[in-house]
Design a protein around this ligand. Sequence first.
Ligand code: ZN
Length: 501
Amino acid sequence: MSDATPLLNELNTKLLRSQLLATVSDLLGWDEQVNLPPDSADQRGAQRAVMAEAQHDAACDPRMGELLGTLDARRDALAPDERTIVRWARRDFDRETKLPAEFVREKAEQGSRGYHAWAKARAESDFASYAPVLEKNLELARREAAYLGFGDRAYDYMIDRHDPGMTAATIDRLFGELREELVPFVREVMQSDVKPRAALLRAFPVDKQLAFLRDVTARIGFDYRRGRLDTSLHPFCSGTGSDIRMTTRFDADNPLDSLFSSIHETGHGLYEQGLRRDQHHTALGQAVGMGVHESQSRLWENQVARSRGFWRFFEPKFRESFAEQLASVTSEDLYLAINAVEPTLIRVDADEVTYNLHIILRFEVEKKLFSGELAVRDLPTAWNAASEQLLGLKPSTDREGVLQDVHWSDGAFGYFPSYCIGNMMAAQLWYHALSLRPDLEQDFARGDFSWLLTWLRENVHTQGKRYETMDLVKHVTGEVLSSRYLMRYLKERYGALYLKS
Ligand code: ZN
């Protein structure tokens, strides 16, 4: 036992209290989306406000500051894992304490004002009424970055909040490379004579859909003794590895939506369930950031669950559950429906190929807003031009253009890039896994997903926050993150389907 042990123990106790309070808040949030009676929202709002206050107090406990100061000074005497715990606790503590109370209040008020202004502007497709909100949000973001020592690198700060260590310059390079190859590839796919048959899957009873997707998610490894699946308006995954709460939604005429969104959330859940259970309160048992989280959800949703091998195992079961609905659907039509590509103006409706273009669009616009190259009032014009260039589609209203996403209304800038970073990372992890086990799809065809899950557990999940986003990719795959593997994956899978000559 080093002389730092009693200090580390005290720090651990404080971190545990903070983390437990956060899980209670999460649970209230989950319940609000899944169970809350319609007229009970006021009480829930008050409950959540009290919890947020308690959480903030626990996270800003002055004793925590003293402990971190002392441990920082003795850094050299700490073991590497202990250093990781202290470094991240310091970062979280600074982010809780360096913002003046008045600023935090102003930001919270602006957040709720912003949401309502956005909802109204979107309903009326009225960008002008929303522009002042965006201007204010940008100003708050710049001030926040300055308080936290990022100086005038406000956009880097926003990105770092979601993907630690990542910068706008890195993303600029990655997205630039991707854009160059992806835009012409999508054009090529669009010119293909191969078209998925619309309205192929109809009248799938919801109870049977639920039974089927529970089978699928359990088979790929989700532990239902430490988690649940319920329904909500928008699918999400919350909680920690000790108690994961996933949701999905059902549409009798779109069974693939509930299936794939469940598999996506299961990917998030598997990551959380694979984090070290004895360390959920420290950096050793917590997710690195959003990009890595998305890499896990997308890997299971796309590389795994849209593969031929996966469907060799699950198609007979799918047909058994839905014999009548699938009677006149061929295997090839089903596989094409699973891998349909069709550009759309709306990000949340996009397929996995064109989805990345929606993200590149948002990144390019955000980057220019922060650099001052683009004024808020010129945003709709810039958005529409980028949409035409990237997707070949021009929004006819701002509602289906710049007003479609909620994120910026409460200042969540720098959030979108994580989705595409996650896609790149998923593809890079996938090819690395394949290099180690070329027969991976044959495992899937037998319904065996254990090799892949075990590999992810060992290399990604149990690492916690030992590595920042880019370092983790390098550590696991031996290469820096690149767009190359995502393009290779898209070309192999979608080229084979749409561009066979
Ligand atoms: Zn996700």
